[in-house]
Ligand binder design. Structure first.
Ligand code: GDP
Length: 351
């Protein structure tokens, strides 16, 4: 999340590793609306940090929709789409209007986050070293005193701005009160595309990845355990040739089956329908063209998938999908879904 131009897209490119497109994914798989980073890949990329933390999570599912409306619509209660967010702030601009909006959403939903203090290379006199990806080393050992001072000055200013919003933040390697004080990771997600492609990662990206997995291991043990209860959020509504109106969703927990009856939240109220097709991308194909989807009889969480069904035209992004089991009362489920629609519609009307 973050203000336009802060570098969200470029940061995401760095996290994904540009080599996904080149077919050397290192286990990274592109899904619909999300990227899966296996633990081995993260281990490899964070080697230089010499972290003693054992990685016992399977990996991270990174949602690929920076600033997407689905996040704005997400219900404030119940389960969210993401467990932790990365808030991107441009070091030259500090907190901007959309940074504030993002902060409000994060606070409202009580979502944890890490601040990526991006574009540190824009500090006057910053020297880029292609061999240094680790932030602390880069700042403390490779930059001049003037740059270090400039960095500290900008950082202090931004920490103050966060404080004015009631949020305590600290440079992550100086942060002694993790949990109450949010971490800031200085990053460079792009200087020139060529350079970052050469590195595979920008500076600070390994630090960011390590913080994300460490956080997941520490705080998420229970929530990361797979459960049968379906938790699924709509990211986008798209018309696809041959499939009609489809929804791209992130299945956070549980299983979807072809033929499952579901209830989705539509602009005109809840819609009960049946999953006609469960689709994923072919491995290594980032841009789906006709016929590139794989069909599945069932799909287990956590994954980014596409659902084809009738009546999806007015589905609202950011809303949950409800599964109707044989013994369930569809009308009751529709009623529950209706409450969500009302709360989102009133929020949209207010804004
Ligand atoms: P978004 O709107 O937040 O997704 O921002 P983008 O990722 O599209 O980046 C906006 C602009 O900032 C682009 O021209 C990027 O090349 C540039 N940019 C992104 N990250 C960095 C960075 O770390 N350093 C510098 N110097 N430029 C960056």
């Amino acid at each position: 999340m973050g203000h336009v131009d802060a570098g969200k897209t470029k940061l995401l490119d760095c996290i994904r590793g540009t080599n996904v497109q080149e077919g050397e994914a290192g286990g990274i798989t592109q899904q619909i609306g999300a990227t899966y980073l296996p633990a081995e890949n993260i281990r490899d990329r964070t080697k230089g940090l010499k972290a003693d933390a054992k990685l016992n999570v399977r990996g991270l599912l990174v949602i690929d929709t920076p600033g997407h409306e689905s996040f704005t619509n997400l219900r404030s209660r119940g389960s969210g789409l993401c467990d932790i967010a990365v808030l991107v702030v441009d070091i030259m601009h500090g907190l901007e209007p959309q940074t504030m909006e993002s902060l409000d959403l994060l606070k409202m939903r009580n979502t944890d986050f890490i601040v990526a203090l991006n574009k540190v290379d824009r500090l006057y006199g910053w020297k880029t070293h292609g061999d240094t990806r680790i932030v602390k080393e880069s700042i403390n050992e490779k930059q001049s005193k003037d740059v270090r001072n400039e960095f500290t000055r900008s950082l202090t200013q931004i920490i103050t701005q966060f404080k004015e919003q009631g949020i305590n933040t600290e440079l992550y390697y100086d942060n002694k009160e993790r949990g109450e004080t949010y971490n800031i990771v200085p990053t460079i997600s792009a200087i020139s595309d060529l350079l970052v492609r050469d590195w595979n990662n920008g500076e600070g990206i390994p630090d960011l990845l390590l913080l994300l997995v460490q956080w997941a291991q520490k705080t998420m043990v229970k929530r990361l355990t797979y459960s049968e209860e379906v938790q699924c959020t709509v990211l986008e509504v798209k018309v696809v040739e041959g499939h009609g109106t489809t929804i791209d969703v992130v299945l956070v927990n549980g299983v979807h089956h072809e033929g499952d009856q579901i209830v989705v939240c539509g602009m005109q109220g809840p819609v009960a329908t049946m999953i006609r097709a469960l689709l994923t991308l072919h491995p290594m194909r980032e841009l789906p063209v006709k016929g590139t989807y794989l069909h599945h009889k069932e799909i287990k969480a956590a994954q980014g998938i596409k659902i084809a069904a009738q009546g999806l035209e007015h589905t609202i992004a950011g809303m949950s999908i409800y599964i109707v089991r044989p013994h369930d009362n569809v009308e009751e489920i529709k009623e529950a879904a209706m409450k969500d629609v009302k709360s989102v519609m009133s929020r949209i009307a207010k804004s």
